[in-house]
Design a protein around this ligand. Sequence first.
Ligand SMILES: Nc1ncnc2c1ncn2[C@@H]1O[C@H](COP(=O)(O)OP(=O)(O)OP(=O)(O)O)[C@@H](O)[C@H]1O
Length: 362
Amino acid sequence: MNQHFIATADGKPATAGSAEDVVRLVDLKRRFGATAALDGISLTVRKGEILGIIGRSGAGKSTLIRCLNGLERPDSGQVFIEGREISRLGERDLQPLRRRIGMIFQHFNLLSAKTVEDNVALPLKIEGRPKAERLARAAELLDLVGLSEKAKAYPASLSGGQKQRVGIARALAARPALLLSDEATSALDPETTRSILALLKDINRRLGLTILLITHEMEVIRSIADRVAVIDAGRIVEEGPVWSVFADPRSDITKSLLGAIRPQLPPELAARLAPSAGAETILRVDVAGEVARGPLLSDLAAIVPGPFRLVHGGIDHIQQQPVGTLFLSVPGSDARHLAEVITFLKSRQARVEVLGHVAGSV
Ligand SMILES: Nc1ncnc2c1ncn2[C@@H]1O[C@H](COP(=O)(O)OP(=O)(O)OP(=O)(O)O)[C@@H](O)[C@H]1O
């Protein structure tokens, strides 16, 4: 497993148990016949953080969720929810612990015959709370998700985004320790997805709510997660702060999941790249953190004599950290100049890749 860096305040490894861990999975394994759906997953979700788990179809995400809420028993390993081991508990002992996890789903799972406020209050009804308390809590939550005026409406009259807001309100009704989001924006259009993600981030900040996001979309991770774990064939293949994983993806799976949202050369320029030496060499230069804040290109110009040009790219921000990709063209056939440019950039902690060469001018 590639660990980017572990951002615990106390310097403990991420898998060490602590009172701040809402969820802790230890070497979780689950097989179905010849398939290892979970093949030794160890992971923590710390109080107040948003952890994203991303993987392709079949990676093991659903099995992981089922182990978390006690619907599936792992073959081996342990699942701790707020410090309590749940993987061997019976159904009766599981019930109260399950209520510590609020869930939102891709298809919302609202009850169509019940009003919005009754849907939101349902977890409290199951807990046997008095009606006045249920309605007061539903009103409070509908206000939180911006849907107070829809309290008496039925789900069929709501848009997808509104239905998911109701789903979020319902998930929070019993004041869970963890909100588990299972592909909650996968059925929504991009604009509605953004508004739901903004709502989740807002709730995370305002209430300190811990969120575990399961998704196959990197854009979701990028928008709101603090940390990401990439899962493939039942294993965590990469884990770290989101900006760090985006800036420096190590595994092929991560690179492929990042795919379209990683900056690329414009297609017309990419089509002209050839592997053998041409008039210009095109470099991909990935930078993050301090180096992306600094005067990298003006220092390059000042310290390494000879031409270069910025042909594409820029600096973005993920979790307030600058993360960027610059595509540079180094003209001429002077191999020594090219080597000096690359050596300088690497000396500044940039990652440099020779993409190819272009005949004529870019
Ligand atoms: N009940 C089951 N019986 C047999 N095989 C199963 C069962 N549940 C899961 N699997 C297999 O385990 C692997 C992981 O499946 P899982 O559903 O956890 O993946 P996933 O990441 O949730 O996929 P998706 O995104 O498509 O839902 C897959 O190869 C799947 O076929």
